[in-house]
Design a protein around this ligand. Structure first.
Ligand SMILES: Cc1ncc(COP(=O)(O)O)c(C=O)c1O
Length: 283
């Protein structure tokens, strides 16, 4: 088993893949990405990731011509070559290689890069006992709905979280929470399940949507709402969702306990149902 890379039509050991120093992804962050998780060799929720990748591409006027089915085959081939059943597939598409000029280059092919690595499981105590998060001002641009390569604010926020011994940093804009540096957020108050309203300040999460579907299936309504930071502090339950973390309880925000500081019942139920959903993906 080994890490595999793919660059513009060719698979190779990841360590042997070389990207041009003139790649616009490297020079400008001029590109988009996705992270897909494979369970037992099956790329999960591929249609959703593919749709979001295509949307991100459209929003930055980047065209690339891999059809969804061909892309899916690439994922399966890379996974097979890597030998990882539990895999983490990173997909990056950039505006290609050209001498450094800000304007779009003419006649440059996009760079399509994929990496296939092993997905390492989160510590069990995070999943069972929950994690702490901090909040941080949202200094990002106002197109956070695009999964673009420009992640410096997310990098800085995550580092702040690490330094505070917290798992995640939650962005706050004008007193309202939007999402985590690498996750979406839900809260429960008086039996109501809420997630921040979808707009240009939030990425529409693939896991977020799957969790919403799972909640609906159990008759639980979900509200898209503005969530003030104070409301988050006073929530009965808080949890994070994302491709690599699935459903993760939050028991402390900025050092304040959420409710009695243990994962709440709805969070645990959704955790269970999400695990059941991904188990069903495996043939
Ligand atoms: C900023 C941000 N929000 C939300 C998410 C969760 O999205 P998904 O469930 O599609 O992984 C991510 C995942 O990387 C993210 O980076």
């Amino acid at each position: 088993m080994s890490n595999i890379g793919y660059l513009n039509g060719r698979f190779a050991p990841l360590a042997e893949i070389a990207i041009s120093p003139d790649d616009r992804g490297f020079l400008f962050g001029d590109g988009i990405y996705e992270m897909v998780r494979a369970y037992h060799g099956v790329p999960a929720f591929w249609e959703d990731h593919c749709a979001r990748l295509n949307r991100s591409a459209r929003e930055i006027q980047l065209s690339f011509s891999i059809q969804p089915q061909d892309f899916h085959r690439l994922l399966l081939t890379g996974l097979q070559q890597s030998g990882y059943a539990e895999g983490k597939i990173y997909i990056q598409v950039t505006r290609g290689v050209a001498p450094r000029e800000h304007g779009f280059p003419v006649k440059t092919e996009p760079t399509v890069f994929l990496s296939f690595r092993e997905m390492s499981a989160l510590p069990l105590e995070f999943i069972r006992q929950g994690v702490s998060v901090i909040t941080t001002p949202d200094i990002r641009w106002d197109r956070c709905d695009i999964k673009s390569l420009n992640l410096l604010p997310n990098v800085l926020a995550k580092q702040r979280a690490h330094e505070a011994k917290a798992f995640e940093a939650i962005f706050v804009r004008d007193g309202f929470v939007s999402e985590g540096a690498t996750s979406n957020l839900f809260m429960v108050r008086d039996g109501q399940l809420k997630t921040p309203e979808r707009n240009h300040f939030v990425l529409s999460g693939v896991t977020q949507q799957q969790v919403i579907n799972v909640a609906h299936e159990q008759g639980q309504e979900v509200q898209f709402d503005r969530i003030a930071l104070d409301a988050l502090y006073q929530a009965d339950e808080v949890f994070l969702v994302g491709t690599t973390i699935e459903v993760l309880p939050v028991v402390k925000v900025d050092g304040r306990k959420i409710n009695d500081g243990v994962p709440g019942p709805l969070t645990c139920e959704l955790q269970k149902r999400f695990a059941h959903l991904v188990a069903q993906l495996i043939p």
